[in-house]
Ligand binder design. Structure first.
Ligand code: GLU
Length: 471
């Protein structure tokens, strides 16, 4: 199956576009077909410089490189003109000379009468002779598709099932604009045919235009592809995801440190589920398991918490050695002593379990490279029964517990603290909470004995003694 992704270069590739590209890629790959890219730049006014480069680099980042050189519509204008002329010659299209002023007024009147705005076909009644005269006089005009007023168009959408439209509600679509550029409607039909696309996957905003597209295929004597219209992406409040409300450019997510695996996994699940409890999918697993029939009809809610959870899952899948190499330059930039840290790998492993973004690493690892004055309230903990009244004594117990230990592994340390807690009639948490708080200076961090082990005995004792003078 050949599929395509056909973005208009009107800005940075957005999340919805990445999802469409992914679904098209998956269908192509699981059928041993090709995934193609087409740049739909026939609306020159809306084209934005740099957008094509951004589309290409974002697809590359995500691992969705197209199988062929992209097709650029603005380089194929004579092709669209040729088919437009064929449609006109066969009586399926007609020139329209109506001015923008007339069209605006017509629209206003129709809306005042509570009618759906539609071209009133004034120019459809022009004779060949009148048309010839007006064209020769240089009157600007467009070419419109002549939609039959009777009958209906029925089709099967791979996601939405059977859909039916009465032809009389379909507008006589402009196919060629007065500047000679084709509209999306003509250009994409021509290209989907010439590129031999088997399944068109696109946003549901195009569903209502499908009757026009199917008629164009019929009038040009071509077999249409299959279609799958993917649901809208919604904000949590169920409004349409839009630039105004949220970050929608994939570029922003890349800049913010999201992994391609997490983003792909996330967009795959925006409207699709495997029917199993699995929610972590690699690209390979998606190729194996994705099916367009399992994409839902209703809107898919964009849940940033889920994205961040997936990001955490994917970051933890990175081998620790590689993870350490990725974060090391960031940590070294913050703390020059990290450059000579022989225990970096072991220390990185501790934060690997808790991190969501690489750039959190310097802050999470700061306590290895700097000591800060730990405020008393970070040491105290009501739930763990660590109070102002007993903190001094608890600190002495911690110091005594650690003083004579030589096996400095987290497990051995924990064993000693268990023993000490029992002997001193304390709860384990009463010892571990202040120990962790003193060593890290933070209310949240890796576990106490892991941190102590990673810091080493000398540094641990130094920090404990330092804190005990203040209590
Ligand atoms: N250029 C259209 C868009 O960006 C593509 C629709 C399609 O895939 O056919 O919405």
């Amino acid at each position: 199956m050949r599929t395509r992704f056909a973005p208009s270069p009107t800005g940075f590739l957005h999340i919805g576009g990445l999802r469409t590209a992914l679904y098209a890629y998956l269908v192509a790959k699981q059928t041993g077909g090709e995934f193609l890219l087409r740049i739909e730049d026939t609306d020159q006014e809306r084209s934005v410089p740099g957008a094509v480069e951004n589309i290409l680099s974002t697809l590359h980042f995500a691992g969705l490189d197209p199988d062929q050189k992209p097709v650029i519509q603005s380089e194929r204008l004579p092709l669209y003109k040729k088919y437009a002329a064929q449609l006109q010659r066969d009586g399926y299209a007609y020139p329209c000379f109506c001015t923008q002023g007339r069209l605006n007024q017509m629209r206003k009147d129709q809306m005042a009468r509570k009618e759906a705005p539609m071209y009133d076909r004034l120019c459809c009644a022009l004779s060949q002779e009148q048309i010839k005269k007006r064209i020769e006089a240089g009157e600007p005009h467009v070419l419109r598709l002549k939609i039959p007023r009777e009958g209906k168009t029925i089709f099967d959408d791979d996601i939405r099932g059977t859909v039916e439209f009465k032809n009389w509600v379909v507008d006589d679509q402009v196919l060629l604009k007065s500047d000679g550029f084709p509209t999306y409607h003509l250009a994409h039909v021509v290209d989907d045919h010439l590129m031999d696309i088997g399944l068109v996957i696109r946003g549901e905003e195009w569903l209502s235009s499908l009757p026009k597209h199917l008629l164009l295929f019929q009038y040009l004597g071509w077999k249409p592809p299959r279609y799958a219209h993917v649901p809208l992406i919604l904000n949590k409040d169920k409004s349409k995801l839009s630039k105004r409300q949220s970050d929608v450019a994939v570029e922003d997510y890349i800049q913010n440190g999201y992994l391609p695996e997490a983003l792909l996994n996330f967009v795959a699940l925006l409207g699709w589920n495997s029917g199993t409890p699995q929610d972590i999918f690699s690209l390979k697993e998606l190729i194996d398991q994705f099916s367009i029939e399992r994409v839902q009809k209703h809107g898919a809610v964009f849940d940033t918490d889920k994205l961040n959870w997936l990001q955490g899952q994917w970051i933890r899948k990175i081998p620790t050695q590689e993870f350490a190499e990725r974060i090391r330059p960031l940590v070294e930039k913050g703390f020059s002593s990290a450059r000579i840290d022989e225990h970096f790998l072991e220390r990185a492993a501790l934060v690997h379990e808790r991190i969501t973004f690489f750039n959190e690493a310097p802050d999470m690892m700061a306590f290895f490279y700097q000591t800060s004055d730990v405020p008393l309230d970070v040491l105290l903990n009501k739930k763990q029964h660590v109070t102002e009244a007993n903190i001094a004594q608890i600190l002495q117990t911690i110091i005594h517990t650690l003083e004579n230990i030589s096996d400095w592994s987290p497990d051995a340390l924990l064993e000693q603290f268990r023993f000490s807690a029992e002997k001193n009639k304390l709860k384990l948490g009463q010892l571990l909470w202040p120990l962790r708080a003193i060593l890290t200076g933070k209310p949240f961090s890796p576990g106490a004995t892991e941190v102590a082990s990673a810091l080493g005995k000398e540094e641990t004792m130094r920090r404990l003694k330092n804190a005990s003078y203040k209590c």
